[in-house]
Design a protein around this ligand. Structure first.
Ligand code: OKP
Ligand code: ZN
Length: 382
């Protein structure tokens, strides 16, 4: 039986609500790479391939609770009020950025709780890319709600898939259902109480925690459903790692660059803490990693860690900044690799939600993201 098309969840608010004019890269003011044009380029590809993708702008409102399960309230309050306070205190209208950050060598001596907005920007942001504009809170909220809407549908199609496997009438194990949340701003750098790396709320973490929290979703042993997160963005997902560092569910796995942003996390020795020991898997790869090297590392990660974990669902933090011409990254991966990546994920055989993270080569975003999704559908080209 042919695989069903991938259901795509997105929203017009993903392009209109958060449009900072610039960021700082290597000390220079540059264009804001995490732009609405990224999402439009991907959407254009998907719309041109209607036999593979079913796009909906239907967004359900899951309210504040699922977001509060992952992020601290003081941080969320800050995201919501920062821009207004920033402008009142004379901050530049492009948006909120820190000028003084509580560096750990300073903070270990400090005992002061910041009240000033400029100080709070440093308290709640770890770099110079997460510009908070007038509606950034609403944009991040919307991205989380779109991801949650897709996750609810994941539960439904996964149940259908399971039923099909039991009865032997439905799709075979080789065609697991796939869904895609096409959202921005991205999420995997956002920790429980700090934004950075273009990320404000951690969409994948919020959706994953929501799945774990659903009382009616149980495994055969009575425990909550298990989720394996596969983070294939070029950059390490420090936010997702931090949020789930001390728990055995979900499993967090990441393939990313060694020696590039976010620089201070992503080493192999970061294996989790307490109950979480062994459930955080970082596989750093060298700069200039090629197609074959990347695909081999992904297949190894899947065989050695993802499959043995015996998850019920896969969540993919989908970044295509691994692409050779990405303006802020450094691998040599070509467009040919993306269908192979999607195929490797399909072979896990589990219902999968892809959630958009990075990827900044706008001209190739459609074909590269599309390549992964088409590969998941069993095709060999975008
Ligand atoms: C977000 B995501 C490195 C500059 C880094 C911020 C990058 C955020 C990436 N030369 N600036 O993981 O794609
Ligand atoms: Zn990235």
């Amino acid at each position: 039986m042919a695989p069903s098309p991938i259901k795509v969840f997105t929203s017009a608010l993903c392009t209109t609500m958060h449009t900072p004019a610039y960021e700082f890269l290597s000390g220079a003011e540059t264009q804001y790479y995490e732009s609405p044009a990224r999402l439009e380029a991907i959407l254009h590809y998907l719309e041109s391939n209607p036999s593979s993708f079913e796009i909906t702008e239907h967004v359900e409102d899951f309210g504040y609770a699922p977001i509060q399960r992952v992020h601290r309230q003081d941080f969320l309050d800050y995201l919501e009020t920062a821009y207004k306070e920033w402008i009142l205190e004379g901050g530049h209208p492009n948006g909120v950025l820190p000028a003084t950050i509580p560096h750990y060598k300073v903070a270990r001596l400090g005992r002061q709780t910041p009240v000033n907005t400029l100080a709070k920007a440093g308290e709640y942001c770890f770099d110079l890319s997460a510009v908070i504009t007038k509606d950034t809170f609403k944009a991040a909220w919307n991205a989380a709600q779109v991801t949650l809407t897709a996750t609810k549908e994941l539960v439904r199609v996964a149940a259908e898939y399971e039923q099909g496997l039991v009865e032997g009438t439905g799709a075979a194990r080789s065609n697991p259902p796939g869904l895609y949340a096409l959202v921005r701003p991205p999420g995997h750098h956002a920790q429980s109480d700090v934004c950075g790396g273009y990320c404000f709320m951690n969409n994948v973490a919020i959706a994953t925690q929501w799945l774990i929290d659903q009382p009616e979703l149980k495994r055969k042993d009575g425990g909550p459903k298990k989720i394996a997160i596969l983070d294939i963005d070029f950059h390490h997902g420090n936010g997702t790692q931090e949020i789930f560092y001390t728990t055995s569910n979900p499993l967090y796995t990441s393939l990313h660059t060694r020696d590039d942003y976010p620089y201070f996390t992503g080493a192999e020795v970061e294996i989790g803490e307490g109950q979480g020991v062994g459930f955080n898997i970082n596989i750093p790869l060298p700069q200039s990693t090629t197609d074959d090297e990347y695909v081999a590392a992904l297949e190894k990660l899947i065989q050695e860690h993802v499959v043995p974990y015996d998850a019920d669902y896969i969540m993919v933090s989908l970044g295509v900044d691994t692409y050779k011409d990405d303006p802020i990254a450094g691998f040599l991966v070509t467009s040919d690799a993306y269908p192979r990546i999607g195929n490797a994920i399909r072979k896990i055989g589990l219902p999968t939600l892809f959630v958009q993270e990075g990827g900044y080569c706008v001209e190739k975003l459609g074909v590269n993201v599309g390549g992964i999704l088409q590969g998941y559908l069993g095709k060999t080209t975008a």
